[in-house]
Design a protein around this ligand. Structure first.
Ligand code: ADP
Length: 488
């Protein structure tokens, strides 16, 4: 494919700011696209934390069409890459403590609609070459509801770039009170149920789903699932209507940041040929979490947002069985207060077995991936999931629910897959306590009784390749399709 100018619109990008998988994608995909000779540039809000971490930050533009004078565009580099990043600097909206979407107490910012509307309008100024940059994208690649207004507002420009909308998680939709149609000065064609109205309110994500030239989500299985009532979050009808524009592209992972052979966040390194370092990481992890340093006790890890989606209640429900079977569990995460409290209580009730750290800690996440024997991911739904892919590379056998990206990345240790040496993990179907425990039991029995088979499962997993290069090529095909749509 020829070189395209691509504007990548995202509300988070690792390592500048991260709450979840979108940040990892925004940190990895643009670099992979650059390696495919694309001129890709990121645009993101100038959050306080991101401003601190961005490299070589300077002013790019003061005067952007359709934006107040208080908004400016800064330009820098995504750290450790050659990818250009524009930060939308509107201090009243973004220069504050807390997260990208919520305050330090985890409540959504009250002005999120205004914040991501100004972000979208700035992206549009860049997309239409009205931001004083003398650069115009051929493709505008939007991600999740925070950028949903971009395809919606761009639709009114006769000569516009092609638009892509990637769904990283359909559960988060950017739903606001209908008064915002007026407050945000949205044009009349965006009103009504054929526009952005949803259950009487304003839905940002509909902007992407209705108006983007092509839509994708982050795994083939999730792309099929979201067209069903069960997984559609009320948008399955619309997604079916646009099914000819909807595809699934599995996320890649950044093996430069996630490689146990040279991960700077680990004390002991290892690879598929030499797992001694993994044993040392396990001991260290047990020590860090004040668990008995027994190499024979299976150690389970879990890293993630502590929310219903991730099946945290299912994990809590198998705690008694884990304890009875002399299993250790280390959890790192933050999220719903109820799950945090119940996990902390479990760690008090069973101090030698369950250890919990509430918070967000990149380096601890790497240490858990490296030190655990198995990784729990019993998600109710999972658009792609990255932790199970990191787990595979770190020799930490994933135990996952057979849904979304988990279904697409883990090969179950059934008899025939073990025989053919293709097994990489353990899968179960229903989101129930019984099924999670049965899958865990299957894993524990092979771990304890069949060390050779266990070793085979580990090394098969470590050799899987989910690097960004493949995914980037699929995105190039998608861009091609979107360009073809607007040219006809
Ligand atoms: P989601 O995007 O639904 O949160 P993913 O598995 O796609 O789930 O991506 C989550 C990313 O965030 C992974 O890189 C994971 O390691 C990281 N992560 C989640 N919670 C934490 C935490 N508490 N501390 C450190 N990293 C975390």
């Amino acid at each position: 494919m020829a070189t395209n100018n691509i504007l990548f619109v995202t509300s988070e990008a690792y390592p500048l700011i991260k709450t979840g998988g979108l940040a990892d994608v925004a940190g990895g995909l643009p670099t992979a696209l650059k390696e495919q000779h694309q001129d890709v540039r990121i645009i993101m809000p100038a959050y306080r934390e991101a401003m601190r971490k961005a490299e070589k930050l300077g002013f790019a533009s003061f005067n952007m069409e359709g934006l107040p004078e208080t908004a400016r565009l800064l330009e820098g580099r995504l750290p450790n890459t050659t990818v250009k990043i524009y930060l939308v600097d509107s201090p009243a909206h973004f220069d504050r403590p807390g997260g990208p979407y919520s305050d330090p107490d985890n409540h959504d910012w009250a002005d999120n609609a205004e914040r991501f509307a100004i972000f979208a309008r700035t992206a549009i100024a860049v997309a239409t070459n009205k931001a004083g940059l003398d650069w115009q994208p051929d493709i505008v690649h939007c991600n999740d509801w925070q950028s949903g207004l971009v395809p919606a507002l761009l639709a009114q420009y006769p000569k516009r770039p092609a638009t892509i909308f990637t769904i990283h998680n359909l559960a988060y939709q950017g739903h606001f009170d209908s008064s915002h149609f007026k407050n945000l000065n949205l044009p009349p064609y965006l009103r009504g149920i054929d526009g952005l109205e949803f259950h009487g309110g304003l839905s940002f994500i509909k902007g992407g789903l209705i108006f983007a030239d092509m839509i994708n989500t982050v795994s083939p299985t999730y792309a099929a699932e979201i067209r069903t009532h069960h997984f559609g979050h009320g948008l399955d009808g619309l997604l079916n209507h646009r099914a000819d524009r909807l595809v699934g592209i599995l996320n890649g992972v950044d093996y430069k940041a996630w490689n146990p052979a040279n991960d700077p966040l680990l004390k002991h390194h290892f690879d598929a040929h030499n797992l001694e370092g993994k044993e040392n990481n396990k001991r260290q992890l047990q020590k860090k979490f004040s668990l008995p340093q027994q190499s024979e006790s299976p150690l389970l890890g879990l890293v993630g947002r502590l929310v219903e989606q991730k099946g945290i209640d299912l994990v809590l429900s198998i705690v008694p069985q884990l304890v009875q079977n002399n299993v250790q569990l280390v959890v790192l995460g933050s999220g719903h207060k109820r799950f945090q409290a119940e996990l902390l209580q479990a760690s008090k009730d069973y101090p030698g077995h369950i250890a919990v750290h509430v918070g967000f800690d990149e380096s601890m996440a790497h240490q858990i991936e490296a030190g655990a024997d198995m990784f729990l991911m019993p998600s109710r739904f999972e658009p792609c999931g990255l932790n199970q892919i990191y787990s595979l590379r770190y020799g930490t056998v994933p135990i996952v629910r057979n849904t979304g990206g988990l279904a697409d990345t883990v090969i179950d240790a059934r008899e025939e897959n073990i025989e053919q040496k293709t097994a990489t993990g353990f899968k179960f179907e229903q989101a129930s306590h019984e099924e999670l425990w049965r899958a865990t039991e299957r894993a524990l029995s092979i771990y304890r009784d069949k060390p050779k088979v266990w070793r085979q499962i580990i090394t098969t997993g470590m050799k899987q390749d989910f690097s960004w290069e493949q995914s980037a090529k699929h995105y190039l095909d998608l861009y091609h399709l979107a360009l073809a749509k607007i040219r006809h």
